[in-house]
Design a protein around this ligand. Structure first.
Ligand SMILES: Cc1cc2nc3c(=O)[nH]c(=O)nc-3n(C[C@H](O)[C@H](O)[C@H](O)COP(=O)(O)OP(=O)(O)OC[C@H]3O[C@@H](n4cnc5c(N)ncnc54)[C@H](O)[C@@H]3O)c2cc1C
Length: 273
């Protein structure tokens, strides 16, 4: 039997935990999650919300056996906007196949979009469709962008939306590799949800107001000279900020483009779809 790498998982909210002022952890449970691949890192996943009036548009997402992404996504795109369920991208912050559970950490932002609002109203028993990697598929590693190769000096930069990925990356850190971590958030309690997990991890918690993040990274780069072999940077967060930081590292600090992975996780003033 061949398995599709990114099937749909039917889940229910098991627990809602206020992790910090702006982060809500939703624990999802369901028997299919025993096959959720535990690659972790920054592997992306999707959530599919019900329509405002409930249920799902006619694009085959509820088919049995669970369809793969390619099978339903093209049909979803063809539907009129009011019949298209909201789809948003997240990171599994915890994956426990043996317990048939995963966690997703939702950032509560204002004004909140559908995903942020869903998380704020979620209660145990609510249903959620998740599209994620299947451990039984031949290759379920799609959606992992963290590719440090043989780098021994790694810069990780992200805002609250990237904290789950950064936490996952630090959990799998190599003791001989240095990790320089910049966590950008308005409130230090949110940034404290990411803690050092091993040796050689240097944590910097930054308030992103007025470009302070770029100033801090510029100063860090002057001291650390990142344009040397064995360096790799992973940057995620608001799209404009991420581009600014990439330019800073490439243009001012001469880091080779291929030594940087950068991802706009959200765009100020624009919904994901
Ligand atoms: C690979 C990947 C992994 C991600 N992982 C996570 C994760 O684990 N946790 C998480 O919370 N998010 C994560 N995100 C970001 C998340 O997909 C976006 O924040 C998404 O826009 C939230 O959907 P929404 O329905 O709440 O808001 P939308 O309807 O998409 O947007 C509505 C409004 O809110 C604004 N907005 C969106 N996000 C934010 C924000 N974080 N802060 C302030 N304003 C915002 C938009 O600019 C827009 O004006 C990830 C994104 C990617 C691409």
């Amino acid at each position: 039997m061949t398995y599709t790498p990114f099937p749909v998982f039917h889940t229910c909210v098991e627990a809602v935990t206020q992790l910090s002022p702006h982060i809500i952890r939703i624990t999802l449970a369901g028997p299919q999650l025993r096959n959720y691949a535990a690659h972790g890192l920054d592997q992306r996943m999707k959530i599919v919300l019900e329509l405002p009036e409930g249920g799902y548009g006619d694009f085959g997402i509820l088919d049995d056996p669970p369809p793969g992404l390619n099978q339903w996504y093209a049909k979803w795109r063809m539907l009129p906007a009011d019949q298209r369920n909201t789809i948003r991208t997240f990171t599994a912050s915890g994956i426990r196949p043996a317990q048939e559970e995963i966690d997703i950490d939702f950032v509560v932002h204002n004004p909140g979009g559908p995903a942020s609002q869903w998380a704020q109203q979620a209660t145990p028993g609510d249903r959620l469709l998740v599209v994620g990697p299947d451990s039984r598929a031949e290759d379920s590693t799609g959606g992992i962008d963290f590719r440090p190769g043989a780098a021994k000096r790694i810069l990780l930069v992200g805002d609250e939306t990237a904290f789950p990925a950064i936490r996952n990356i630090l959990t799998k850190s190599q003791p001989e590799t240095q990790y320089h971590v910049f966590l950008a958030s308005e409130m230090v309690q949110d940034a404290q949800t990411v803690q050092q997990t091993g040796p050689n991890q240097y944590m910097h918690r930054v308030t992103p107001a007025d470009g302070q993040l770029a100033v801090d990274i510029h100063e860090w780069a002057l001291a650390q000279q990142p344009a040397t072999p064995g360096f790799y940077a992973w940057i995620a967060g608001e799209s404009g900020v991420v581009k600014q930081l990439r330019r800073l590292l490439v243009n001012d600090h001469h880091v080779p483009r291929e030594a940087i992975t950068f991802s706009g996780y959200w765009k100020r003033g624009r919904a994901e779809h």
